[in-house]
Design a protein around this ligand. Structure first.
Ligand SMILES: *[C@@H]1O[C@H](CO)[C@@H](O)[C@H](O)[C@H]1NC(C)=O
Ligand SMILES: *[C@@H]1O[C@H](CO)[C@@H](O)[C@H](O)[C@H]1NC(C)=O
Ligand SMILES: *[C@@H]1O[C@H](CO)[C@@H](O)[C@H](O)[C@H]1NC(C)=O
Ligand SMILES: *[C@@H]1O[C@H](CO)[C@@H](O)[C@H](O)[C@H]1NC(C)=O
Ligand SMILES: *[C@@H]1O[C@H](CO)[C@@H](O)[C@H](O)[C@H]1NC(C)=O
Ligand SMILES: *[C@@H]1O[C@H](CO)[C@@H](O)[C@H](O)[C@H]1NC(C)=O
Length: 477
């Protein structure tokens, strides 16, 4: 949970959920479905059906999944050292699926280990072109531990079942999933199993310097002076995550917390800076609600919406409507990168005893799989010049949500998550003439996003700037 224990703000939260009026520009978006629940069910069925078809004869009922990792060894929270060992082992066992790396070091010098999962084709260097990248992170509050272990179960589930479960195979064939089980290994080392609330002085919640890392990110609403001041005091864990988020073209992200059960989506603050009870919505509210509904609807407890003495309709909430927080990781992702991140609170007790972990996995597995598939909604494509050279940093603009342009990667790729509807999409790049708007009908009924490429013409007729500029065309950031 992102707030400490019960405050007056929490107490009144349930009674002041205000009717939402969507005020952002929708004029040029026609016939957009706003029933996110319907959308959530759809992606589910289509992707599962595609996977089953790909498997040939085997129907989902015939498949025996390997989930031995839940009980062997007997359920326990892996220590920081054990995470390193597990990721090393998975990389050794599944060299074509798993890559272990570290995103940086904590204040105490611990590595922040991550695992990248995707089915790589060694013969085709460019085989991952347009494959969307997702991340799942946890434990930014070191004493909120359930999510950390869910990320570790997910790593084992995906690798151990790639060969036998078509759904997993399709997912890893078409997406690249980065797992960061702990954003705060130093905090975790001080937290105590069985503690449902934070220790005095938030030992374990914060990092080794006593800083709440989920308040330490650049904030979209702070002015430049404040921003600079804060950047000088930035914690190493936060700095590592910032570089990671800005350095890889992630499109979708989940970060796990504990102390409540709800899927919370941006923004977490508003210009008015009210303590709570006022929605603060992104231009992409439809996509975020779809993400939140998808997670909550597939979670047997979260979807009920009445947990831990809280009430959240359908088990989802806008962050600022719950309570305001500044400098959070979720808003940073959306405001400063192409990545759509959501915060997911998994359990009332922040650090329950390990015997609860198998049941937690059972509750979260379907939600996780369905959420990961959402990286394939909307449109994706390449932006190139007439000779086929990729154009990096082009802006993809979608009618009605112009306030959130998506930028192309070094390889000219973009992914634009969208809910079903008819949209006009346009590409703009420095030095090039804007493309004509292209109208697309997004249905999200296929296992991958609708392909929509753009070829841009240079502004100057005798433009001659292509040569050294494209050297690292094959490399993704
Ligand atoms: C949008 O819906 C209206 C009425 O519901 C229909 O007449 C129109 O053809 C639709 N437009 C598109 C582009 O589907
Ligand atoms: C969207 O929701 C509003 C209010 O719930 C409803 O009036 C409208 O018909 C819906 N639009 C579509 C396209 O479903
Ligand atoms: C949304 O769609 C679902 C599934 O199609 C349907 O059961 C539900 O009634 C719809 N909700 C609204 C508000 O239209
Ligand atoms: C969901 O997909 C099914 C096909 O799998 C289709 O029949 C149905 O109309 C879709 N529902 C919505 C709300 O788009
Ligand atoms: C995944 O990719 C492999 C290698 O290209 C292919 O043999 C397999 O059929 C794919 N699986 C699915 C479910 O698409
Ligand atoms: C809910 O509130 C009751 C009464 O205040 C308290 O006894 C109980 O521990 C609370 N439950 C949770 C999960 O916080």
């Amino acid at each position: 949970m992102r707030m400490i224990s019960l405050t007056p703000a929490q107490g009144i939260r349930a009674c002041c959920i205000i009717a939402l009026i969507i005020t952002f520009a929708t004029a040029s978006v026609q016939n957009v479905t706003n029933n996110t629940t319907a959308g959530a069910d759809n992606i589910t069925n289509t992707a599962a059906a595609t996977a089953a078809a790909a498997a040939g004869s085997a129907s989902p009922a015939d498949i025996v999944e390997d989930e031995s990792f839940i009980t062997h060894p007997s359920p326990h929270y892996l220590s920081n050292g054990e995470i390193s060992a597990l990721f090393g082992k998975l990389q050794d066992l599944f060299p074509n699926l798993a890559t272990k790396y570290s995103i940086g070091k904590t204040l105490k010098g611990r590595q922040m280990y991550a695992l990248a999962l995707t089915a790589s084709n060694k013969d085709d260097r460019n085989g991952d072109l347009l494959r969307p990248m997702i991340k799942v992170t946890a434990n930014i509050h070191g004493d909120e531990a359930v999510g950390r272990q869910m990320v570790l179960f997910l790593a084992q589930y995906l690798t151990m079942n790639y060969a036998k479960v078509p759904e997993v195979q399709l997912l890893l064939n078409t997406t690249e999933i980065h797992l960061l089980p702990s954003c705060n290994p130093d905090g975790f080392a001080l937290a105590k199993e069985g503690n449902c609330e934070s220790l005095p002085n938030y030992i374990g919640r914060t990092n080794a310097a006593g800083i709440d890392l989920n308040r330490d990110f650049p904030d979209r609403l702070e002015n430049q002076q404040v921003s600079q001041l804060r950047s000088h005091k930035r914690q190493p864990e936060t700095a590592a995550i910032i570089n990671w988020v800005l350095g890889k073209p992630f499109v979708l992200s989940a970060n796990f917390h504990g102390g409540a059960i709800v899927a919370s989506y941006p923004y977490d603050n508003s210009i008015a800076h009210h303590e709570c009870c006022e929605e603060s919505l992104t231009p992409d509210d439809r996509v975020f609600k779809l993400m939140a509904h998808t997670y909550a609807n597939n979670h047997p407890i979260m979807r009920k919406g009445h947990n831990c003495n809280d009430t959240f309709t359908d088990g989802i909430t806008n962050g600022a409507n719950w309570y305001e927080l500044n400098g959070g990781m979720q808003d940073f992702n959306y405001a400063f990168s192409n990545c759509f991140e959501m915060t997911i609170e998994l359990s009332c007790c922040k650090y329950p005893t390990a015997d609860t972990l198998p049941a937690e996995w059972a509750r979260n597995k379907r939600s996780l799989m369905q959420l990961l598939k959402l990286s394939h909604i909307g449109v994706k494509g390449l932006v190139t010049d007439a000779s086929g050279y990729p154009i990096a940093d082009a802006n993809i603009l979608v009618s009605g949500i112009e306030d959130k342009p998506i930028r192309t990667t070094k390889r000219g790729e973009y992914w634009r998550l969208l809910t079903p509807g008819i949209y006009n999409v346009q590409a703009l790049a420095f030095g090039y003439q804007p493309s004509e708007p292209k109208q697309v009908h997004v249905t999200n009924e296929n296992s991958e996003a609708l392909r929509l490429d753009f070829v841009l013409s240079p502004r100057e007729l005798n433009y001659d700037g292509i040569s050294s500029f494209y050297n690292n065309f094959f490399y993704r950031h």
